[in-house]
Structures are given as C-alpha cells and as structure tokens.
Design a protein around this ligand. Structure first.
Ligand code: CA
Length: 220
C-alpha cells in the first residue's frame, strides 16, 4: 500500500515516514507543494497525508486542483491550523479527514485505516485464500483461525498477492508495491520475503511462475 506523505518539517516528516512504514505502508515523502503535485500526477496512492503550510504551494490549493481534476485519492490533512473555519475549509475543499498537530501516531494509523475502509465503499472485505485470511481493517492475518505474526513488509507483500488472487504479479510490480521511491532494493529482496512468507503460511500457497512472477490462490 503506497502512501504519499507531504510534510516540509524534516523532523516530523522523518518520524511520520518511519511510523507509517511500520504500519505496512510504503511511503513516498515529499517536502514541498510542487513535488507533491508531481507525485500525485505520476503515482497511484492508497492515501495522502497532507500538510497545509508548504513551501512553494499551499496544501489547500494542491487539494483543490487535485479534486478539480477528478483525482479521488483519499486525503487526510495534518496541520497546525486549528480554527473551526480551517477545518471547514479543508473538508469542503475535498479532504476526507482533518487531524491537528501534534499528532498521535496510533490515532493517525487508525484514521488512515478508517479512511481506507470508507474509500472501499464499505468495511474493507476480508481477503482470503483457502484457510488463510487477511483482515485489512484490523491488519490481522490468520491461518485456519490461528493468528500469524508478520513483519510490515511480509504483510504488505501478502496483502498485494491476496488483492490480486489468481493473477500473476511480476517481481517489479511487487517491488513497486513494497518500496517507496529511492529506497534501496536488493535484487533478490522479493524472493527473500516470499521465502519468509511461505515458511509462515505454508509453501503451497504462493506459486512461482518461472520467468513471470508469483501467483496466489487456492489452486496454487
Ligand atoms: Ca508545514
């Protein structure tokens, strides 16, 4: 799940990126309005965490333009602007949620989960293959009802494969889903995470399609 973080404060941005990555998101972090504009044009994001006071271009104008273009990426405004009128402006401009700084990371994560559920139109459906289930709203994975502990990357990889059940996912598609821009990716990194996943969920759940990638499904 790829997330765009727009925050010009270096310290806060760094903390948010690290915290959100622990929550299983691959985070692209940009620090000014123009970069955010370009990222939103180029990338597909499950959500955007948007600061308002930004160098170059204000977050609200960015949001307005994005909605005018019909881009529906869920946006959570995270700002120090705390008047009622600020919140009204933010929501009326097209934000899906509005949080004030300083932010509690756990609340931010919960708000994002709620926002992603709503973006899905209803409660996020349980993903499943055979005896394996993944509950996106609770970030829980279970095999035959028994909970399985996964690292953030393992979870993200499994979420991607289950979301595309029965379809082949190339190594490059999986890398894109797992890593943010500019993040160092070792050449065999997807293979390593697949290996870890197979050890935890059973080796026959994910099939290797030679030369093409990986596929998950009951028949795999
Ligand atoms: Ca700012």
């Amino acid at each position: 799940m790829r997330l765009l973080l727009v925050e010009d404060d270096a310290l806060l941005g760094d903390g948010l990126r690290a915290g959100l990555a622990l929550g299983g998101y691959s985070v692209d972090w940009v620090r000014d309005g123009e970069s955010a504009h370009l990222a939103l044009l180029a990338g597909e994001y499950c959500a955007c965490v948007l600061d308002l006071g930004l160098p170059g271009r204000d977050g609200l104008s960015l949001l307005r333009e994005m909605r005018t273009r019909g881009k529906r990426t869920p946006v959570l405004i995270l700002t120090a602007r705390d008047t009622v009128q600020d919140r009204i402006n933010g929501l009326d401009t097209g934000a899906d949620d509005y949080l004030l700084k300083p932010v509690d990371l756990n609340e931010l994560q919960a708000r994002l989960r709620a926002l992603l559920r709503r973006a899905g139109g209803e409660a996020a459906p349980l993903l499943a293959a055979g005896e394996l289930t993944l509950d996106p709203s609770a970030r829980r994975v279970a095999l035959s009802g028994q909970p399985i502990a996964l690292s953030a990357r393992e979870y993200a990889l499994l979420h991607d494969l289950l979301s595309h059940k029965g379809r082949i996912r190339s190594r490059q598609e999986l890398e894109t889903s797992l890593y943010a821009w500019g993040e160092e990716v070792e050449s065999n990194t997807v293979e390593v995470y697949i290996h870890h996943l197979r050890k935890k969920i059973g080796s026959d759940m994910i099939a290797t399609v030679r030369g093409l990638g990986y596929v998950m499904g009951e028949t795999a």
